[in-house]
Design a binder for this molecule. Sequence first.
Ligand code: AMP
Ligand code: MG
Length: 267
Amino acid sequence: MPNTHQFALERPFQLQTLPTDGKQFHPDRDVAETEFKALRKEFVQLQRQLYAEDKQKLLIVLQAMDAGGKDGTIRNILKGVNPQGVRVHSFKVPSKEELAHDFLWRIHKVVPARGMIGVFNRSHYEDVLVVRVHNIVPEAVWRPRYEQINQFEKLLHDTGTRILKFYLHISKDEQKERFQARLDEPDKNWKFSREDLEKRKFWPDYMAAYEEMLHECSTAWAPWYVIPANQKWYRNLAIMRTIVNTLREMNPQFPEADGDLDQIVIE
Ligand code: AMP
Ligand code: MG
C-alpha cells in the first residue's frame, strides 16, 4: 500500500520533519508516470459517472508556498477531464466587496454543486496563513477561524461533499530554484513577482502557520495530505492516487435507464 501522506491527527508533527522529497517514496520516475496516466484515465471515467449520477460532490483544496506547484498540479490532474463537470477557482487578494463580508462568504458561493468536482487554487486557508503571517487582522480575529473552518467543512461534508485538502510541501531550496527559473526562462517571466520574494523572507513564519493549520484543521471529515512536492512527477502521482481512491469509495453510478429502452423506436 503506497504512502498516502495523510496528516496523522494523533502524532505531533513538525512540518520541517515531513519530507519534501518524493524520490524516497518511488524508485522510478518512468514507472510513476505510467501509473499516473493509468490513474488519470480512471479519474476521467469516474468523473463522467459522478456527473451523470448528479448526487455527490467532490472538493479538492490546494495550498502551497509560492511556486509550490498548485498551477502545475491542476494542469496535470485535470487533463482530459470533461470541463463541464469541473470548476477551478483561484482565490486572490480579496476584493472590497469580499472584505465587507465574513471570510467564508466568497468560498461558500463557489463550492461544488451536485455531480461536480470543485478545485480550489488557494482557499479559505489563506485567511489563517498569509493573513496571519502579515498581521492583516489581529490574532483575536484569525484564531477562531480554525474552528469556523472546521464547522464550515463539516456542513459541506454533511450535505454530501467529500473534501480532500493537499498541502504541496516544497523545500526552501526548491522554491529558490523555481523562482530562478521564472527569472531565467522567458515564458516563465510572467510568473515572477517581487512580492513573492518578500514573502520568502517569512518562510519560518509560514511554516509555523501551516503547521498549526494542519494540527487544527485535520478532521475526519476533511483530512489534510502533506504531499512531498519537490519532484512534480511524484507530487502528481501521490495526489492522483488519493483522488482516485476517494472516487472509488464514492462509487458514483450512471443513473438507471428511463424504462425499457429496447421498446423505443425512433421514427
Ligand atoms: P497567485 O496565487 O500568484 O495568483 O497570488 C494570489 C495572491 O493572493 C497570493 O499572494 C495570496 O497570498 C493572496 N491571497 C489569497 N487569498 C488571500 C486572502 N484571503 N487574504 C489576503 N491575501 C490573499
Ligand atoms: Mg504568484
